[in-house]
Design a protein around this ligand. Sequence first.
Ligand SMILES: *Cc1c(COP(=O)(O)O)cnc(C)c1O
Length: 372
Amino acid sequence: MSVLDLARPEIRAMQPYSSARMEASGGKILLNANESAWAPSGEAGKGCNRYPDPQPAALVNALAELYGVHNDQLLVGRGSDEAIDLLVRAFCRAGEDAIVIQPPTFGMYAVCARIQNAGVIEVPLAADFMLDVDAVLAAVTSAVKLVFVCTPNNPTGQPIPRDEIVRLAEALRGRALLIVDEAYLEFSDAESVSSLIDSYDHLAVLRTLSKAWALAGARIGCLLANAEVIALLRRIMPPYPLPLPCVAAALEGLSAQGRADAYAHIRVVRAERARMAAALATPPGVRAVLPSQANFLAVRFDDAGAVYQRLLAEGIVVRDVRRYPNLGDALRITIGTPEENDRVLAILKSLAMDGRVLADGSAYGSVSGKHS
Ligand SMILES: *Cc1c(COP(=O)(O)O)cnc(C)c1O
């Protein structure tokens, strides 16, 4: 059996769009794509009178080397969000098939499924936010085509042990694709499971330049998977997904200097994460800091709403995650620069000393000039 037997048959059968760039390459005078013969005004648009390479070789080479896969096992898209969407559209028949997710988790898996009118089967994480492999497997009916796991998980921060991912992959062979979202892997102690792609043709891994690589604005993300899966998704991907300036930004980000910067910032985030977790363990009003291997901390408060409002009043925006199951008292705080983190800690300490906001839920006053 091929993993493509799990895909929508009409997608496998369809004739993909054939773009001008795909039909002919080389040549010096390009009169085949109805582009402008003139460069646009301004430095920022340099080269943009031409459609971009659908999968620029230099970027594919750099990313394949970074992630340790072959070039044909990698698809570059507009953030890993695009890969999630392509997977759901290629594998889930509307009104018939389904995905499995483990809330509380990243919202885009369910959103993409709903847009496609695929079912969303929720298998909640255990109370300690660990993955319940047996419960996930019990939920995999013949309608399920994709099982998403997120490690470290957003918004809780815990990683899934590698042997549990292997156990899932073993059990899902021939039944469903296992999609492992490693958006925050760079901040963790864990090793990528992309080395398992050669052993499991139904395993796919999501990576992104949006977090550790400081390129959220460039929208560059990857799917690492079996070459047949990559080729299938390319059939339904828009013809020119990657804007030229974004590709240039990504290539600079992945240069020797870019790598040195990224690794330096990852070290700072990891150190600051430990410092913040320790400092947040003490103020009254904090119930718990969830252990995190990502670039954020989920923190439980006696009155998360009041803390959120007070931070906002001081110009600091954190993520209110109280709508997620099991996180009804939590905020997700991204690790910033040491100075930004100091500011958060100072406000939380002043709230605790104040005693007032955390006790009665009012959220007024400021750290610098307290007024009653
Ligand atoms: C941020 C994030 C992404 C990344 O999305 P991009 O589209 O690559 O920016 C993917 N998965 C999770 C869990 C995330 O938190």
